[in-house]
Design a protein around this ligand. Structure first.
Ligand code: SF4
Ligand code: SF4
Length: 373
């Protein structure tokens, strides 16, 4: 293993990425629901679909403060803030970023203020499609959340778009990304799991082949602005990583203090040993951030898949390209979450895309267009 690493790291670009990630040190993360309430209701929200708000009211201030202290003492240094809608609790975010690096997911409707939140915070702003689709699925047919979010996060260096790609709406990817990039932001993709069985265009069982093609196209157009690599897009959307298929048995991010997961911890597959997904009461944990007992086959959450790749380095040592796939995934995670210098690191994004294996679908379609078939 050491010899292979040495060989791959003789490439100066890979060596640079590797040393940046190494120098960030050990990341010990948790996820917390900052609040159990939200100001909208999206179609297929896993939080409310899985009743994660029920029985776990938002912690009071005293509990919140002592929780942060306990986690500090436990060695936690990175917090993923979800919910509910975290922008409803900016003061609590201010307390978090004083002691931890953090990443927050927001629906974008209410701006997360700058004051006291300039540092240590990465903001993922959700969008689910073009204005019409987004309004229908998230805005109850009348609220144009995408427009409001564009305005709220114009040129905001903390923000990136967290674009949930819906399998039947691949044609919306390019125009939406164009708007996000024009707005001065980067873009990461997530893939829609049809928890409410809405079917048709929303049905994840129809596959994400067209979605992947569209993502590869925007990578070609905006190479410095897209956080999602071709490799990760394929892993998330196909659920395949070498000999493994995505699901509970291989998932690496679940609450390791919750008895429901003790059996999983014995099966030999890697996992994050200190990870916990806290409910809004900050006393109890649930199976994982995205579910209590949801069917894992509908889980396309990109963060969990990042972790799946990152904790399976050994599988990626077979060739320089495979190692590149692993390292660039790792690097993007660190970069998006500002665990390394963002300004310096973002200059590497275009070259990272350059180092991916070309996607056979997009490359083939380009070739066919070129020869006019
Ligand atoms: S904004 Fe988030 S928490 Fe609120 S309903 Fe939508 S997906 Fe759920
Ligand atoms: S829902 Fe996703 S994150 Fe949760 S245990 Fe299943 S695969 Fe893992």
């Amino acid at each position: 293993m050491a010899n292979k690493l040495k060989e791959y790291l003789s490439d100066p670009f890979l060596k640079q990425l590797y040393s940046e990630v190494r120098s960030a040190g050990k990341i010990q993360s948790i996820s917390i629901d900052l609040t159990h309430t939200c100001n909208i209701r999206c179609a297929g929200c896993y939080y409310f679909n899985d009743n994660m708000d029920v029985g776990h009211p938002t912690a009071d201030e005293e509990t919140f403060d002592s929780f942060l202290q306990q986690e500090k003492e436990r060695g936690t240094n990175f917090i993923t803030i979800v919910g509910g809608e975290p922008s409803l609790k900016p003061n609590r975010m201010r307390k978090i970023v004083k002691g931890f690096k953090a990443s927050v997911s927001t629906n974008g409707l209410k701006k997360i203020p700058m004051d006291g939140l300039e540092e240590n915070l990465s903001i993922g702003v959700s969008v689910w499609g073009d204005h019409e689709t987004d309004m229908r699925l998230r805005g109850d047919g009348r609220l144009d959340i995408f427009s409001k979010a564009l305005k709220n996060y114009k040129d905001d260096p903390r923000a990136f778009w967290y674009f949930t790609a819906i399998p039947g709406y691949a044609d919306q990817i390019e125009p939406v990304v164009e708007k996000c990039v024009e707005n001065g932001n980067h873009v990461l993709f997530n893939f829609y799991g049809d928890l409410e069985t809405l079917g048709n265009e929303m049905d994840h069982r129809r596959g994400f082949q067209e979605t992947r093609k569209a993502i590869d196209k925007v990578i070609e157009r905006f190479p410095g602005k897209i956080f999602m690599t071709s490799y990760l897009s394929k892993v998330v959307s196909t659920g395949k990583l070498y000999d493994q298929s995505w699901g509970y048995d291989v998932c690496t991010s679940f609450s390791t203090n919750n008895p429901v997961n003790y059996k999983r911890m014995q099966n030999g597959n890697p996992f994050a040993p200190d990870f916990r997904a806290y409910n809004a009461d900050l006393k109890t944990t649930r199976r994982c951030c995205t579910g209590v007992d949801r069917d894992c086959s509908s889980c396309f959450d990109v963060w969990q898949h990042f972790s799946w790749v990152m904790l399976n380095m050994k599988k990626h040592l077979g060739s320089k390209q495979e190692f590149t796939n692993w390292l660039t995934t790792m690097y993007m995670f660190y970069l998006i979450n500002r665990l390394i210098d963002f300004e310096k690191g973002s200059k590497n994004i275009a070259e990272i895309h350059n180092r991916q294996t070309p996607n056979e679908n997009y490359a083939a379609s380009q070739l066919l267009e070129a020869i006019d078939v």
